[in-house]
Design a protein around this ligand. Structure first.
Ligand SMILES: NC(=O)c1ccc[n+]([C@@H]2O[C@H](COP(=O)([O-])OP(=O)(O)OC[C@H]3O[C@@H](n4cnc5c(N)ncnc54)[C@H](O)[C@@H]3O)[C@@H](O)[C@H]2O)c1
Length: 337
């Protein structure tokens, strides 16, 4: 069986993860690793026996490359994804699908025109507790949606202002664009597109203005349901918490593994007579398998045309909500979606 050649562009934290996942999949072969930093590309190339390069266009010159995984800072995702799609490659692009909604729309249009697979890296959808919560919620286990309360954050680090995430030209936005994009994706995955968006932003601790280190967002739905989101780079102890409240119960996911603590799902079934609900606690221990499961989903789409999560429409919808939230913060008014 011929194996699909893979190029990973951007060999930092996430590119290294993509490289490890691709290298472990017998259906493909990691052939090229690209980074403008020669040391980053060199060490990953050596680890996996791949070829290093400093310019992503090297992937287009190699006919054995069928898949490009784009894991650069946000501002370069568009040119890599568009170029790879136009040259007939399938693409896994990191969230947040570019630096802004215009980038996301351009990438989505390139995917449509190419007929190739474009998947956006919303890996949290593949965490065991979130998949189970999604199954339970969409299966009606807690009734109709009342509201969602989601929090995600870490405490950044000294010198954050010198990293690409603090540079508006490279990142496009601050913590709303960064971890906030994950929360928005999860809300849209569960509840669909909201009608109205409202946000307050803060630049409270890190010297990264005009970018924000905290975002508070409210998304309101047609029927009145509300999702409240808080993404924070001043969350000194890492936190992930995602709670879904329904008319018949609630689902609470805590943790993502690693520094975010073990993943747990608490299922509460409302007691029709009032009083304490019936509680079931589910633990999802062990390795974080979200990257591997996400890659498998991608490969299922690439090799067998299967449906997958993180479509161009999913990625674009998140960036449109992000844009509406920035517009709301700017005007201090709700913005219609
Ligand atoms: N799914 C997730 O949970 C998750 C988590 C973190 C980051 N991300 C996303 O992954 C992407 C990368 O983030 P990261 O944390 O790995 O950043 P990083 O800083 O660790 O790595 C980025 C790498 O890209 C390289 N690079 C910069 N410009 C380049 C270019 N033009 N061509 C090739 N390489 C270039 C840098 O030298 C660096 O090695 C971002 O879009 C980010 O939002 C996703």
């Amino acid at each position: 069986m011929s194996r699909t050649g893979v190029a990973v562009v951007g060999c930092g934290l996430i590119g290294s993860r993509r490289a490890a996942t691709a290298a472990a999949d017998p259906r493909c072969e990691l052939r090229l690793v690209v980074d403008t930093n020669a040391d980053a590309a060199g060490s990953l190339a050596q680890k996996y026996g791949a070829r290093p390069a400093s310019d992503w266009r090297a992937a287009l010159e190699d006919d054995s490359i069928g898949i490009v995984a784009a894991a650069t800072p946000n501002a370069f995702l568009r040119e890599v994804a568009e170029g790879a799609l136009r040259s007939g490659r399938d693409v896994l692009v990191e969230k947040p699908m570019g630096k802004d909604a215009a980038d996301a729309a351009a990438i989505a249009a390139a995917a449509q025109a190419s007929g190739k697979i474009l998947k956006v890296g919303f890996n949290h959808r593949y965490h065991g507790a979130l998949m189970k919560a999604h199954d339970l919620f969409t299966g009606g286990a807690v009734g109709a949606l009342v509201n969602i309360r989601a929090r995600y954050g870490h405490g950044a680090r000294p010198g954050y202002e010198r990293e690409w995430r603090a540079d508006p030209a490279l990142a496009g936005g601050g913590e709303l664009t960064d971890q906030g994009a994950h929360l928005i994706d999860l809300v849209l995955w569960l509840a669909g597109k909201p009608r109205e968006a409202f946000a307050y932003l803060q630049t409270a601790v890190w010297p990264i203005a005009p970018l924000e280190d905290n975002a508070f967002a409210l998304l309101r739905y047609e029927g009145g349901s509300v999702a409240s989101l808080h993404a924070s780079w001043t969350q000194w102890k890492n936190l992930f918490s995602f709670e879904i409240f329904g008319t018949a119960g609630s689902l609470a996911v805590e943790g993502l593994g690693g520094s975010y603590g073990p993943q747990r799902l608490t299922v509460a079934k409302r007691n029709p007579d009032g009083g304490a609900p019936e509680i079931e606690e589910l633990a999802f221990e062990g390795e974080d398998r979200s990257w591997e499961l996400e890659w498998q989903d991608f490969m299922g789409a690439v090799l067998h045309g299967k449906p997958y999560w993180g479509t161009p429409a999913d990625g674009l919808a998140v960036m449109e909500v992000v844009a509406a939230l920035y517009a709301s913060a700017e005007s201090a008014k709700p913005v219609a979606l």
